[in-house]
Design a protein around this ligand. Structure first.
Ligand code: FEO
Length: 395
């Protein structure tokens, strides 16, 4: 499959409808994904990025239908992660001397992955490549989201090839932002930002300022995953700036796990308490052992307050709660409040551990949390409701 974006640019990537997990098992892709590769035919012929290695042979075979591989003058590797560079091994078997334009870090990482001494041409921000009527301008995008990441801007057609930035794991036969379901599109875009880009938010703000400072017209943003932004393409750039600035909505999220239902009952009572004093706030009540961890992280990203709960087990916390806390810590959320809760039977360490972990993760702790013994009785449930009322006042 291929399709023409315009006279000069053709999409030659792969839509991966069946992908359910990405980054090993770390990222759920409920709506599949795509690996977007772009072929530019100006006076020179240029290939931007490839596809993930399982689709490498299919990619090269399809590419041959579009162009005589020997006519490809330049390959641009905006990013070395295998979902975009995986097609290089098979491609370079056919055209081993073709120059690969990438950042200095890109060359290092590609060598680290593939152990090949390909013809790397390293570029920096502002370097250009004449391809005929148009030229390509390279913009390093370090830590968006890897040290090697780079954007490529094509003059004339005013296209920003942004690689992972502004992308979504979203398979669709409708390739443009104005032709897909807007809720699905933005749900996948915010999930991508929350789970992948949050720790790099300060780089997002800086890079967007830098790009806007170039005053380059942008008619289309072509990311390396998901759909292409052609209708008001800067809308996703504006969203990124909003998301990068300690984003939150009017939302409280409870994330918890429970052994015999005690912590779950506490969650119910806390929610009841919140609702009794604030009917406007969105409340999400999420069991971390039952629900998708990346969807939970997306809800954490949207929240002003996060309440984390777990029963105590073996002087510790339940493994699904520990897993979410580890993800939360790595993502370095900023400007959010939190507290712990949990039931216990013996020693009762869970709430203290949760409080310590959330403090280390950079949350502003509302208090030392609430714990209740065994199965919460009416009095315990009342204390949880009061706790919920107090939380509601902190938003
Ligand atoms: Fe889509 Fe960072 O790879």
């Amino acid at each position: 499959m291929s399709f023409k974006l315009n006279e000069k640019v053709t999409w030659v990537g792969k839509i991966d409808w069946e992908l359910k997990k990405f980054h090993g098992e770390e990222y759920s892709t409920h709506k599949g994904s795509s690996y977007n590769s772009y072929l530019i035919k100006d006076e020179k012929t240029v290939l931007i990025d490839t596809v993930w290695s399982p689709f490498s042979k299919e990619f090269v075979a399809n590419l041959k239908k579009e162009v005589d591989l020997k006519k490809i003058d330049y390959i641009i590797a905006n990013h070395s992660e295998p979902d975009h560079s995986g097609g290089l091994l098979d491609l370079m078997e056919e055209i081993p001397d073709t120059p690969i334009y990438c950042t200095k870090n890109g060359a290092k990482i590609l060598k680290g992955h593939y152990h090949k001494d390909w013809n790397f041409v390293t570029v920096k921000t502002g370097d250009t490549l004449d391809i005929g009527e148009n030229k390509l301008i390279f913009i390093e995008a370090k830590m968006l989201h890897w040290p090697d990441s780079m954007f490529t801007y094509m003059t004339g057609d005013n296209i920003l090839f942004s690689n992972d930035a502004f992308g979504q794991h979203y398979a669709s036969e409708y390739m443009y932002n104005d032709t897909v379901d807007q809720f699905e599109l933005y749900q996948e875009a915010i999930k991508y930002y929350a789970n992948i880009l949050t720790p790099f938010s300060k780089f997002v703000v800086k890079k967007v300022d830098e790009i806007l400072g170039f005053n380059l017209p942008v008619d289309m943003i072509c990311p390396s995953h998901g759909i292409i932004w052609r209708d008001k393409p800067l809308q996703i750039v504006e969203k990124y700036v909003e998301w990068a600035k300690d984003y939150s909505e009017n939302q409280i999220t409870l994330v918890y796990d429970t052994m015999w239902g005690g912590t779950s009952k506490m969650a119910e009572a806390i929610v009841e308490g919140i609702k009794s004093v604030n009917t406007n706030v969105t409340i999400k009540q999420l069991n971390s052992s039952k629900l998708d961890k990346n969807d939970i992280i997306t809800e954490v990203f949207k929240s002003k307050i996060v309440l984390v709960g777990s029963s105590t087990i073996n002087k510790g916390i339940l493994s699904s709660t520990a897993s979410i806390l580890e993800m939360i810590k790595g993502l370095e959320f900023k400007g959010k409040k939190a507290a712990g809760f949990g039931s216990y039977g013996w020693s009762g360490e869970s709430v203290k551990i949760i409080t310590e972990e959330l403090t280390k993760a950079g949350f502003e702790m509302i208090n030392d949390g609430i714990k209740e013994l065994w199965n919460p009785d009416d009095e315990a449930m009342d204390r949880c409701k009061e706790f919920g009322k107090m939380i509601a006042e902190k938003i």
